[in-house]
Design a binder for this molecule. Sequence first.
Ligand SMILES: Cc1cc2nc3c(=O)[nH]c(=O)nc-3n(C[C@H](O)[C@H](O)[C@H](O)COP(=O)(O)O)c2cc1C
Length: 148
Amino acid sequence: MRVCIIYVSFHHGNTKKLVDAITTRYGFDAFELKEAEHVDFTTYDVVGFASGIYYAKMNIQLTDFIATHHHEIKNSFAMVTCGMKRRKQKQFITDFFKLCEINLLGIYTCRGFDTYGPLKYIGGIARKHPNASDIQQAYNFIDTILSK
Ligand SMILES: Cc1cc2nc3c(=O)[nH]c(=O)nc-3n(C[C@H](O)[C@H](O)[C@H](O)COP(=O)(O)O)c2cc1C
């Protein structure tokens, strides 16, 4: 199965850490969003999108990109890292992919080191995340995606 992941990770590289672990283990292709314009998505069975959560949503340039390319994507999954897990983050992703008419195979979320805004004055939150357990759960998530 041909899989690629398009990602945005600018705060602490938390999302990139997950993407790197997955691409090393599974041999998937991965592209930062800024390198993704040339990718031919029609050659992939599954296109995953990964991002930090910024203002309760996936990165806006990434969602714009997904909306633009929606007709080239058959199946997808989403992976996000966030300072604090909230139900509305998953709901946003579910609603967004539905609106884009992309088959969403699953959503993975975990916490990621967050020093945004006033959090920097307390040394941040979720300091050690994503950790080994988060990465193992990401592998389990990918195994489930591949079995679908
Ligand atoms: C501008 C900005 C806004 C953020 N907004 C949220 C938010 O609404 N909810 C949340 O849980 N975390 C928020 N965070 C924390 C990030 O989601 C978290 O640190 C994430 O792991 C960053 O991923 P990255 O290092 O791959 O960019 C925000 C971080 C930044 C820099």
